[in-house]
Design a protein around this ligand. Structure first.
Ligand code: PPS
Length: 572
């Protein structure tokens, strides 16, 4: 076969035949099982279907050391990212070297078996330094390495039984051999891959189309739908956006396929890895841009990698990767000519108006419900994005009151609820301390552990309400700052969190003693009473602090309404 057709020949997979798989499924009941994490399932899928060819399983210790130190397997083959099976010490200790284990998905479906040939405790700080460039937990993969991955790595060859099950976008998912067969069938000899984890706008459409034209190749939009950077637009929304953009290319020049890859955001090394994966999927070219697979800023607020590091490393290893790099051109919109042009090819730069909208500006416009011009994106894409990122005035949010017992939290929370219901537009739920203790936490007492559990439950319910566009009003004591912070983090993934400190002093609460509890606490009849015999961490920087002494309830609730208005959460 001539080398120009090599990309179309089938590549090796790790699956056994259908009959053997049925037999193995029965036999595997005897094996020790390991339940894979979502990231390990992504890795296993690409190991089994040849996406990670030439790997035949999770890396052995020797291969791992080579990959970490100099991007090479023990036999010298280029491989930039450690593909490791991380497990707990307890699980690792229960195994013998040479033993077969069953690898199962989270529902217990058996996907593969692995013969454990290696077991070792990796030096994670070294892995972070060498692979990701810094042992800094601001890097999502370094954070994963230290805080989520197990302490022990297992290595060994994998025997594939079945593909992980996907219920979404099945028709859009292809194995490397399915894509190769498609390219063969269509007569596509040269194929440019475009890797992406973001929605595509007009500039992307222009640049990918140009890249394919320049390389005289067809185009494969190859978005990652496995795991991307935390905070990215979810893949369901993105795929609907990609489908809309696909219609904008001349028909039969371009195709789209979804890649179930778990990205590491490893910049230069990741670019090389993406190249190998695309070669395995039958592509001959790949677009590599500025800051390819960049992880954002490090803990000192600086970029982890230089903007062109990825292109340089790719270029250096291009021959070995077996795929050609296509430069990503920075496209800008020239208003006078009403078209996109590569920024470095505009000769009359000073005489024309160049328009551009940054990612941050786009998020701001979405959050505030402002116009997004047609020159920037396709109306279908904008409409999909608006559905997932509605303007702030339509998003859910949580108002979280905290303060001593008897400080007035419940009274103000009730007044706020009624005012919000009068305005209408969003459902409102009140999670008052007493109501929660009756319905959600009736078995809990007031130890630190139980109070934390109680607050985490409130946080969970509030985060679900916020996610679904409602307003949650919480009014527990919530005495611990760390727990309040954890709840804030849970909720801020979905909408705003407004902490309101009801700052009534303990003396005033005790003087009012509405429920007679302070008297009982002083007499020692109630133990662990907040402010009397138990601590309260005063919030340092709440969104709002209300003083109830000398201010009536209506006014306190109104202060919250004003705060919500100033944050754009309710219409003024
Ligand atoms: S916590 O700490 O956030 O879990 O507390 P919370 O769920 O808000 O419950 C506080 C209400 O329980 C009553 N109560 C006590 N409070 C504090 N400490 C002790 N030991 C205690 N025992 C019972 C009290 O009525 C609180 O109600 P509020 O509405 O805050 O006055």
């Amino acid at each position: 076969m001539s080398s120009s057709l090599a990309n179309l020949a089938p590549i090796p997979e790790l699956y056994v035949s259908y009959e053997s798989a049925q037999k193995m499924k029965g036999e595997a009941a005897q094996l020790t099982s390991f339940d894979l994490t979502p990231r390990q399932i992504c890795d296993l899928e690409l190991l089994m279907n040849g996406g990670f060819n030439p790997l035949k399983g999770f890396l052995s210790q020797e291969d791992y050391d080579g990959v970490v130190e100099n991007m090479r397997l023990a036999d010298g083959t280029l491989w930039p990212i450690p593909i490791t099976l991380d497990v707990s010490e307890k699980f690792a200790d229960s195994l013998e070297i040479g033993q077969d284990i069953a690898l199962r998905d989270q529902e217990g479906v058996i996907l593969a078996t692995m013969t454990v040939t290696d077991r070792w405790a990796p030096d994670k700080a070294r892995e972070a330094e060498k692979v990701f460039g810094a042992d800094d937990s601001a890097h999502p993969a370094v954070n994963y390495l230290h805080n989520q991955a197990g302490k022990i790595y297992l290595g060994g060859p994998v025997t594939g039984i079945q593909q992980p099950v996907h219920y979404d976008f099945r028709a859009r998912r292809d194995t490397p051999n399915e894509l190769r067969a498609f390219f063969r069938k269509m007569g596509w000899r040269r194929v440019v891959a475009f890797q992406t984890r973001n929605p595509l706008h007009r500039a992307h459409q222009e640049l990918t189309f140009r890249a394919a034209k320049e390389a005289q190749a067809n185009l494969l939009i190859h978005p990652v739908v496995g795991m991307t950077k935390p905070g990215d637009v979810d893949h369901f929304t993105r795929v609907r956006c990609y489908e809309a953009v696909l219609d904008k290319y001349p028909s039969s020049t371009t195709s789209m396929s979804l890649l179930n890859l778990a990205m590491r955001m490893a910049g230069p090394r990741e670019a090389v890895w993406h190249g190998i994966i695309r070669r395995n999927h039958g592509c001959t070219h790949m677009i590599v841009g500025r800051d390819h697979a960049g992880p954002g800023k490090n803990s000192a607020g600086e970029d982890f990698y230089g903007p062109y590091d990825a292109q340089e490393l790719f270029r250096e290893h291009q021959a070995e990767i077996g795929i050609e790099m296509v430069d990503f051109k920075h496209m800008v919109y020239v208003q006078e000519r009403a078209q996109y042009e590569p920024a470095d090819e505009i000769a009359d730069k000073d005489d024309v108006t160049i328009l551009n909208i940054s990612g941050t500006e786009l998020r701001r416009r979405l959050a505030e419900g402002l116009e997004i011009p047609e020159w920037f994106s396709f109306p279908e894409v904008v409409s999909e994005l608006r559905k997932t990122r509605p303007p702030r005035a339509k998003q859910g949010f949580t108002v979280f009151f905290t303060g001593f017992s008897g400080s007035g939290k419940s009274t103000i929370a009730n007044a706020l609820m009624v005012k919000l219901m009068e305005m209408g537009g969003r459902p409102v739920t009140l999670l008052d301390g007493d109501i929660v203790r009756k319905n959600l936490s009736s078995e809990l007492g007031f130890s630190k552990e139980h109070r934390d559990l109680n607050i985490r439950r409130i946080g969970y319910v509030a985060s679900e309400i916020t996610k679904n566009g409602g307003i949650a009003i919480c009014a527990p004591i919530a005495p611990y700052a760390t727990t309040r912070r954890a709840v804030r983090e849970d909720i801020e993934q979905f909408g705003a969190f407004i902490e309101v400190h009801v700052a009534t002093s303990i003396e005033e609460c005790e003087r009012r003693d509405r429920k007679g509890l302070y008297k009982l606490a002083r007499e020692g009849k109630i133990k662990e009473f907040t402010g009397i015999s138990d601590p309260y961490d005063v919030p340092e920087t709440p969104e709002l602090r209300v003083e109830t002494e000398g201010t009536d309830v209506d006014n306190c609730a109104h202060q919250v309404i004003l705060k919500l208005e100033s944050m754009g959460l309710i219409a003024a």
